[in-house]
Design a protein around this ligand. Sequence first.
Ligand SMILES: [Zn+2]
Length: 209
Amino acid sequence: MNYRLNPNYSVILMSQRKNAPYRDKISEDGLRIEYEGHDIPRTADIDDPKAVDQPRFTKNGKPTQNGLFASAVDDYSSGKRQAEIVRVYEKLFSGIWSEKGFFRLIDYKYEMDANNRRVFIFTLESSQIDIDSGELKENVLRERSRVIPSEVKKEVWIRDKGRCVICGATDELHFDHDLPYSKGGTSITSENVRILCARHNLEKSDKIQ
Ligand SMILES: [Zn+2]
């Protein structure tokens, strides 16, 4: 978790993989995320961070990332500010991330987990916010269903062998919706999604993601 990694928004990297270190979840419709806070760093005094409450403050009294996110929720709940905007990426495979879009950080709990220690669980809700020439804007035209589900991305990744289908590049890859939404590309299945490198993705006039 990275509070205000960008001047306008925070960034979280989440994972629903079986061996993931935290228990993050996305609802089936992709609209809601539960994101677990971070454990205390392992140090000489702490040999098992998973046995210790997740800290809101460091030893020196400075807020941790958990603390920064929790304070943003507190200020939002008390009407002092708008909800923090968070850009979310999900880990699909080792080194392969899928962007889930922009969410609003609306709630958190600080609760006992199965190991009897307290953990932060943050709630994020999908927003229509999108990035446009470096600025965040509310995009009322954007349909939720434009987001390509992770399951589809995994299928496409395997089928396209992790390469741009045009030039075979293996880095800076994007999942591209073959038939643009504006031209009636509706259902998102692996048949109408393909992998393109950044260059070939940008060459398309109807860039989806
Ligand atoms: Zn290419």
